[in-house]
Ligand binder design. Sequence first.
Ligand code: FE2
Ligand code: FE2
Length: 294
Amino acid sequence: MLTPRRPDIAFQQGVTPILWSKDREFAQYLNGVSVIITPVEHLLNNVANEIRAQHCDGNPALKEELELFIRQESNHTLYHNRFNKLLLDAGYEIKPVIAAVTGELKALRDKKSLAFCAAYCAGFENTATFVAKYVYEQCDQYFEGAEPSGANLWLWHISEEFEHRTSCHEAFNAVSGSYFLRLAGFFYSFWHINYCFWRGASVLLKKDRAAMAPSRRWASRLHQARNMTRQLAWTLPRMLPLLSPGFDPGKMPVPARIQAALDFFKTTDPINEPFTAVYRFVPESFPHAPIRQK
Ligand SMILES: [Fe+2]
Ligand SMILES: [Fe+2]
């Protein structure tokens, strides 16, 4: 059963830094994702809502799951809109890229079948599941000494992405279930959404780099390329099971640290540090090591 959480993560103009991570390129890449994710989540909810209303007869469990999925995604959008306001107020011109992506996703929804749109959503959510594992197992260096609000926005969001990893996959199965359509939706969403994320991040980094010396500008580009290569090198080989006709995200166990995060963000108590500082990463290959380390 999914839990829609509303953790105590607030953003304040002039107080919450845009560069919440010490790694500018990591922070601005995820800030760019924050810009793009709101229209993407609108599409996810729109598709999930139609499947919930028209394709869940005889499947009350899926109907309830999609209701909770929509509430989780709506919460994500609410918090990201608040964060994105900081970007707008700081002079980043994000409105054109939001409008462009919104138009592309609207065209997709209007012109393609519900089954293809569901495959697109399932493909995106499947990718997010593996990115969640990457963030929780490989990214502590980026969260070290990070400002808590910006860091926890992502640590909360991505933990719920892992939690609802089966929702869109099962929604797609309720509409179609075709293996080849699922793969088509996956490949298209992987290309399109990553292209959108890159465009969102580019708007932010372009403004930052305009104030840099040429040598620093190239160092920034190189560092961003290294960050992206690192993420793809870790995630892509682990995503290969997606290509199997029998792929079932429900068979992926919840890693202990993601489960701890899901519990952590359930409370509405004040949060004063990034979750990664509260629960250090312990490789699951050492199951007897203590999970919680201050
Ligand atoms: Fe989300
Ligand atoms: Fe999601």
